[in-house]
Design a protein around this ligand. Structure first.
Ligand code: SAM
Length: 359
């Protein structure tokens, strides 16, 4: 994989950012979007081989994951998180790869919580190790958790995770997280036509009334290896229609501007679902997210082809102020809107993989 990176040494000479971090006058990119959310990939490894994310024929025994020396240390993660918080970031999501595979993840959560008491701290996991980690994560200061689960049907789920991992263990993880107080839990289901779309209504039925929120995600052309085709995408409108036929729904206002999922609530009061329509209803215009890859490169779009080497700056001795200057300059020149300009040809462009950049 080409992890091409733009050198950012020149940013060191830029003037210190003078913008306010939050509110009116906050740092904005070229499309007037603020920097509010940061996703940090804490490992590029995963114990699943989901066909739409880390297909086994690419991420097989010969695949070279990052060596330990290239991965951000916890201290470096906390430092970067602090710099981003200083520039307006209010929400941090730990992801990967599978974040619960990172040794000492509970300690990282505790370190982030101590350094940034006010930040909204969340994590996305495949749930495989959640039962063992849930209480410690909560005690360390994690606010909420999102669990990925693509089907309740054993054969379908195993076909998607390609790691023989059973549904029941993920459900146990979800229940352990709820019991630990990490709710409301969001359950992410990537919908791929002809593979698991027959499970949409079953997922809605299973989690109705549980307090957990299923979010149906359109299959995306992230990375360059998942063989994405538009024909495999089930548009969110179809998902809403199918669920609503069984359990009538009505739209709900977003919790905040820039919320990724569109919310729909059951008319009988049994909770809500979300749909994430990155393909059919792109939300680039309100995207306030930045991503830090496992090896400390900043990406300003999930579909980016290039990152900026913040780890290199840190390890070369840059002070926090210099890091802030660099991030400020990168954000101000951000013009990404991949999902708005996606065409039949764009999925073939070389993009970084989601496991590395952080989902
Ligand atoms: N391992 C963790 C997990 O499974 O949740 C975190 C990383 S994973 C990359 C984060 C999220 O991205 C998951 O909910 C996953 O389903 C979603 N995802 C991965 N590839 C995707 C794709 N091609 N289209 C849509 N969502 C995708």
């Amino acid at each position: 994989m080409d992890r091409a990176v733009i050198p950012i040494a020149e940013h060191r000479t830029l003037p210190i950012p003078h913008a306010q971090a939050r509110g009116e006058g906050a740092m904005r990119d070229l499309r007037a979007r603020a920097l509010r959310d940061l996703r940090i990939s804490v490992t590029d490894r995963c114990n699943f081989r989901c066909i739409y994310c880390m297909p086994r024929d690419v991420f097989g025994p010969d695949y070279e994951f990052l060596p330990h020396s290239e991965i951000l240390t916890f201290e470096e993660v906390v430092r970067l998180a602090g710099v981003f918080h200083g520039l307006g970031t209010e929400k941090i999501r730990l992801t990967g790869g599978e974040p619960l595979l990172r040794k000492g993840i509970d300690r990282l959560v505790a370190m982030l919580r101590e350094a940034l008491p006010a930040v909204d701290l969340t994590l996305t996991t495949n749930g495989s190790a959640l039962k063992a980690h849930a209480r410690a994560l909560k005690a360390a200061g994690l606010d909420r958790i999102t669990v990925s689960l693509d089907s309740l049907d054993e054969a379908t789920f195993q076909k998607m995770n390609d790691a023989d991992f059973p549904v029941a263990k993920v459900l146990e993880g979800i229940e352990a997280a709820a019991a630990a107080g990490l709710g409301p839990i969001k359950v992410n289901m990537v919908v791929k036509r002809g593979v698991n779309d027959h499970q949409v209504v079953d997922m809605a039925r299973h989690f109705r009334g549980s307090g957990h929120i299923v979010r149906f995600i359109e299959f995306m052309d992230v990375g360059s290896t998942n063989g994405w085709r538009m024909d495999d995408v089930v548009p969110s409108a179809e998902v809403v229609y199918r669920v609503s036929e069984q359990f009538p729904l009505e739209p709900v206002e977003a919790n905040y501007r820039g919320e990724v999922a569109d919310r729909w609530r059951y008319l009988d009061g049994k909770g809500e679902i979300g749909v994430i329509s990155s393909v059919t209803r792109a939300f680039c215009a309100t995207c306030t997210r930045a991503r830090i890859s496992t090896d400390g490169h900043l990406y300003t779009c999930l579909f980016a082809q290039r990152g900026y080497d913040l780890k290199g700056l840190m390890r070369a001795g840059a002070a926090d102020e210099s890091l802030a200057i660099a991030v400020d300059a990168i954000w101000r020149s951000r013009d990404d809107r991949y999902s708005e300009i996606r065409t039949a040809a764009t999925p073939r462009e070389p993009k970084v993989e989601m496991s590395y950049i952080g989902g």
